[in-house]
Design a protein around this ligand. Structure first.
Ligand SMILES: [Zn+2]
Length: 120
């Protein structure tokens, strides 16, 4: 193989390495996005699990109380309402459209609709 061919091959490799390096950079960026997303979701999941645990505990505790109270007065707005209001205030949707997903500090008309409907 002549010097010219060797030179061409080296140039070719150089180009390929450049492209690979670029792809590596892209992948690294995507990986970092994924890790960030994963972290966010794990955090959100943890948060929602805590809420779910509270809901479950409180609803078991309240079942007896409520079945007594139901005979005397309406159930709304009760503990369930308070839980949902708290969830909303902590920045999560409580509407059926996006229940449990973060509101990103924006009010949601569907969530607010819930408050309107249940306000006495
Ligand atoms: Zn909502």
């Amino acid at each position: 193989m002549g010097n010219r061919e060797i030179f061409d091959q080296v140039s070719d490799m150089e180009k390929q390495i450049g492209e690979l390096y670029e792809q590596l950079g892209d992948l690294k960026g995507k990986l970092s996005d994924l890790l960030e997303e994963n972290h966010r979701l794990a955090h959100e999941n943890h948060h929602l699990r805590n809420h779910l645990d509270n809901f479950t505990e409180e609803s078991v505790e309240n079942e007896q109380k409520q079945s007594d109270a139901k005979q005397q007065k309406g159930v709304f707005p009760g503990e369930g309402y308070d839980n949902l209001a708290r969830l909303y205030e902590e920045g999560f949707h409580i509407c059926s459209l996006e229940f449990g997903s973060p509101r990103r500090n924006e009010d949601c008309i569907f969530c607010l609709d819930f408050f309107d409907k249940t306000k006495l």
